[in-house]
Design a protein around this ligand. Structure first.
Ligand code: HEC
Length: 123
């Protein structure tokens, strides 16, 4: 991202790019794995108490719309992207947010896959 951002010379450039993306409407996605939707929904809505995983909806909102400037929108995101981010938070490859690193610490690969697929269908 640094290389990309470096080509935005001024704050106006950045605002223009942000306005462009803000003007787009997200295409609704779908959960694709029937077998894991229930687990994904459980994690999203209530977390996994036994693994100290908090409910995702507590911060990202019930519909995954997020709270702008505090908690990013996750609803409808491609499952592969969400899964990659959660795995990166867990391994420490992405370490820009202590909250998220804590959230995923107790999750298994299967938990991460299930909630990532579920999120793709949120709207
Ligand atoms: C305590 C609040 C909190 C909880 C609970 C929480 N998150 Fe987050 N999450 C955040 C914050 C804050 C960020 C922004 C991190 C950053 O600035 O990069 C974030 C970022 C993310 C991202 C990266 C978004 C992107 O565009 O790269 C994903 C994916 C995500 N959260 C999924 C989840 C899932 C799935 C759960 C439940 C298992 C969850 N979050 C629970 C606060 C939370």
């Amino acid at each position: 991202m640094q290389g990309m951002a470096a080509t935005l010379a001024t704050e106006d450039d950045m605002r223009n790019v942000a306005a462009f993306y803000a003007s787009k409407t997200a295409k609704p996605g779908f959960a694709t794995n029937k077998a894991t939707v229930a687990l994904g929904e459980k994690i999203w809505r209530g977390g996994l108490a036994d693994k100290k995983v908090p409910a995702c909806s507590g911060c990202h909102g019930p519909s995954g719309a997020g709270i702008p400037s505090q908690y990013p929108r996750t609803a409808g995101q491609h499952a592969a992207y969400t899964e990659a981010q959660l795995l990166a938070f867990r391994s420490g490859a992405r370490k820009n947010n202590a909250q998220m690193m804590g959230v995923v610490a107790g999750m298994t690969d299967a938990d991460i896959k299930a909630v990532s697929d579920y999120i793709a269908g949120l709207r």
